[in-house]
Write a protein that binds this ligand. Sequence first.
Ligand code: FES
Length: 132
Amino acid sequence: MAEAALRLCRADELVERGRAVAFDVLWRGEPVRAFALRFDGRVVAYVNRCVHVPSELDWLPGEFLDAERRFVVCAVHGATYEPADGRCVGGPCGRGRLQPIRVEERGGDVYWYPSPPVEALDFDAPGGPTSP
Ligand code: FES
């Protein structure tokens, strides 16, 4: 069953080909970071995990795009992804693709939709990220 939308940020926080907004998700049962950015007017979001080696992509917090602001590039070995759909288009990511997350812009805000394998992190759950 699809889960309810979760508010991510104000829509105007995501400027065209600008810095991404980071958020936390549970991906395949593991707490990981995710990111949302605006590309060609549309908000897109992905799990922040390179297909090559499971490491985060950004070269500075929130900075995912290359110098020309055209592709998402991995800071580790330079894998290059198409921002519109997360497809690998160059470098060591092969035929891989970033894990997409469904997002929607509505009423001046951006929402994301947990859907397996990407789920909401429950910070209050026993054994959750904030548990002692
Ligand atoms: S970890 Fe991303 S290109 Fe190697």
